[in-house]
Design a protein around this ligand. Structure first.
Ligand SMILES: CC(C)(COP(=O)(O)OP(=O)(O)OC[C@H]1O[C@@H](n2cnc3c(N)ncnc32)[C@H](O)[C@@H]1OP(=O)(O)O)[C@@H](O)C(=O)NCCC(=O)NCCS
Length: 170
């Protein structure tokens, strides 16, 4: 059974996490703990407690688009910066890819963000995909491409709340 858990450095002592993108593997192993302690990124681990492995992880943080960047990305003139949340990282171990684990992680993150949107103001959720394959994964779940950068995608908070507010979070 796969269970989302807050980041815990003890879990890194389990089987090494490998998703096929060394940058994402190294970040989890080398930097996630320090970022957690500094409160600048929150990481959630999806643990396979039966096998003692990390099946996947994602990390979230706040973000802001300048008025100029926001206008060209979203295609509407903006006079003020756009407050946002950033899906900073999301990765599935190669042993678990193609089995719905990415979807579990993404939905867990989006439910959390929909819940946070009850109390914290932000207009969009942004993700910078590492490559076109990853962008296609996000497109499937309602993200749209920035007009000026095809590997950056967003979902409005209105869309997020319409889809991901649950009875527990409303
Ligand atoms: C991209 C990634 C997160 C997808 O996770 P996954 O567990 O393999 O995907 P899932 O099995 O949950 O797939 C969910 C759905 O997305 C689709 N999907 C998955 N990867 C896709 C891709 N590259 N292109 C299009 N659709 C994709 C699946 O077909 C599935 O759709 P279905 O339910 O209709 O069959 C994962 O492959 C991964 O971690 N890759 C390496 C790291 C990485 O690139 N992370 C993204 C950084 S931005």
């Amino acid at each position: 059974m796969l269970i989302p858990r807050p980041f815990d450095s003890e879990a890194l002592k389990l089987h090494p996490f490998t998703c096929g993108e060394p940058e994402l593997d190294n970040w989890l192993a080398e930097h996630a703990g320090q970022n957690e302690r500094r409160n600048n990124v929150r990481t959630t681990l999806l643990l396979d407690e039966h096998k003692g492995r990390i099946a996947g992880y994602y990390s979230l943080r706040t973000f802001e688009l300048s008025a100029a960047d926001g206008s060209s990305a979203i295609g509407r003139t903006r006079r003020y910066p756009i407050p946002a949340m950033l899906m900073a990282r999301l990765a599935v171990d190669v042993g678990y890819q193609g089995a719905g684990v990415g979807r579990i992680l993404l939905f867990d993150a989006l439910h959390k963000l929909a819940s946070a949107a009850e109390d914290v103001g932000f207009e969009i959720v942004v993700v910078h995909a590492l490559h076109e394959n990853a962008a296609c994964f996000y497109l499937k779940y309602g993200f749209r491409r920035f007009l000026d950068h095809e590997l950056s995608l967003f979902m409005t908070t209105k869309e997020l709340r319409a889809t991901f507010v649950t009875s527990e979070s409303s």
